[in-house]
Ligand binder design. Structure first.
Ligand code: UTP
Length: 273
């Protein structure tokens, strides 16, 4: 089983300024629940109960969210409002939470490398909480665990995007292996539209084998001067195998204004239905 899930949450969230000037992007609520809580719920549903955060300065409220708030809880004890805390309390009872800080925001690859101290030598999930995913029959991370149990290698979740959007994502090329599964030959980070090898984009769900840390340790900065996880996965794909899994479900890119509003509307409708 995979017990640990890493949440890189150190990014600046510049697309949401000024909201993210003093508040973490991951604490922005979709209706009444912060983005990060949806992600942690998905990890827990996939059996990953050891939650590891790579945080940064100005991210303290994430730690506070997964902790008791004694005065408030005392005040609302026995009232109707207490019900609103049921889900977060269930998460807190079932999971453990650990934190380390990325000191300089040198990219997602660097954030994952920073998480090694919390993960150790075992396969682990990675959730980028600003990608809010809704699985069809089961959560996306749970679908990926099923694939991992069969293939025991790193897996990236992929989604087909319009060709003109390929420049916003890591894009894979690879051979079709079986239903929804591709053996990755190469990944290109945010290619120009004419250079994109396909329209299969990597989204914010990964299962990684721990040898990724060894690759990341020696990896120089790539595109935009950032340490890119796609560069590390390219090396893993050459050394052994990396799979791309076209998940069953829907994703909202809550790192963008359009996706954030679409997710808000979606969850509000399900709430009042
Ligand atoms: P994004 O590319 O979405 O960057 O990072 P961002 O800073 O969060 O947002 P914008 O683009 O400025 O609006 C993808 C994920 O990787 C994390 C982010 O927190 C986010 O979850 N990340 C990125 C880090 O933890 N550290 C980094 O150095 C970069």
């Amino acid at each position: 089983m995979i017990n640990k899930c890493l949440f890189p949450v150190a990014g600046y969230g510049t697309r949401f300024l000024p909201a993210t000037k003093a508040m973490p992007k991951e604490m922005m609520p979709i209706v009444n629940k912060p983005l990060i809580q949806y992600g942690v719920q998905e990890a827990m549903d996939a059996g990953m109960r050891q939650i590891a955060f790579v945080t940064g300065r100005r991210k303290r409220s994430i730690e506070d969210h997964f902790d008791r708030t004694y005065e408030l809880e005392d005040q609302i004890s026995g009232t109707k409002a207490e019900h609103n805390l049921a889900e977060i309390r269930a998460l807190m009872q079932s999971c453990t939470f650990s934190y380390t800080r990325q000191v300089q925001m040198k990219g997602l690859g660097d954030a994952i490398r920073t998480g090694e101290t919390l993960i150790g030598n075992q396969p682990f999930g990675v959730v980028l909480a600003d990608d809010l995913c809704i699985g069809d029959d089961k959560p996306v991370l749970s679908q990926m665990v099923d694939i991992f149990l069969k293939y025991q290698c790193s897996i990236v979740a992929i989604e087909e995007v319009p060709h003109e959007d390929t420049k916003k994502y890591g894009i894979i090329s690879g051979k079709h292996l079986e239903d929804r599964l591709f053996m990755v030959d190469a990944m290109v980070e945010k290619p120009a539209v004419e250079d994109a090898p396909s329209n299969r984009a990597i989204i914010g769900r990964y299962i990684l084998t721990p040898d990724i840390f060894e690759v990341l340790r020696d990896l120089p900065p790539g595109r935009n001067g950032e340490v890119q996880i796609t560069d590390a996965l390219n090396i893993q794909a050459k050394r052994k195998m990396v799979l791309g899994y076209q998940f069953k479900g829907q994703r909202f890119d809550c790192g963008s204004l359009e996706g954030f509003v679409a997710a808000t509307n979606y969850f509000f409708k399900t709430m009042i239905a």
